[in-house]
Ligand binder design. Structure first.
Ligand SMILES: [Zn+2]
Length: 173
């Protein structure tokens, strides 16, 4: 029986690199190099379109970390047009051409859900996700929030709700 259990563990270890090698989209996993929503993962940072929005996520008033290196897969040496370098919520859009980018696309590259009832690890009842764009309430689909230079987005998943704190620390970006 012991050897059978060991075999199962070995099988699990063997499957993981295969899944990564084929770029399988694992549910809830950060994108690993395959195009996401038509956004490729390029070898170098695009220099034509370069903007920085900011995202704050609060789950019942507690900050949810937006990790560093979203869109910079460790398994391939490439960089998505949407990515992060730091864990302070600053999003980098560095693309070789102009196009519209949305918050939903950022969450897709991150591999996290965004919708009326889910924001990353936070789950809420319908109507309990409050979104703000540049300090103003945003009533539409949060996935469709457009990302522009210095767009300041706050998502509050569940009470207690607070007035969004404007992000100002752009550090010349
Ligand atoms: Zn940048």
């Amino acid at each position: 029986m012991r050897s059978f259990a060991a075999l199962r563990i070995l099988r699990r270890i063997a499957v993981l690199p295969i899944a990564l090698a084929f770029g399988t989209a694992l549910v809830g996993a950060t994108a690993s190099g395959q195009p996401v929503d038509g956004i490729p993962c390029d070898a170098t940072e695009g220099s034509v379109f370069h903007i920085h929005p900011h995202l704050t996520v609060l789950a019942r008033a507690k900050p949810v970390e937006i990790p560093a290196d979203v869109g910079r897969p460790v398994t391939s040496s490439c960089l998505y047009w949407l990515h992060t370098h730091t864990s302070d919520g600053l999003i980098h859009i560095e693309a070789p051409k102009f196009r519209t980018f949305t918050l939903g696309e950022f969450f897709d590259v991150w591999g996290q859900p965004l919708g009326a009832t889910a924001v990353a690890s936070a789950r809420v009842r319908r109507g309990d996700l409050h979104a703000y764009v540049n300090g103003k309430p945003y009533k539409g689909d949060p996935r469709k929030i457009e990302l522009s230079q210095h767009t300041d987005i706050t998502l509050e998943a569940g009470a207690p709700y607070t007035k969004p704190v404007p992000f100002t620390d752009w550090r010349g970006q």
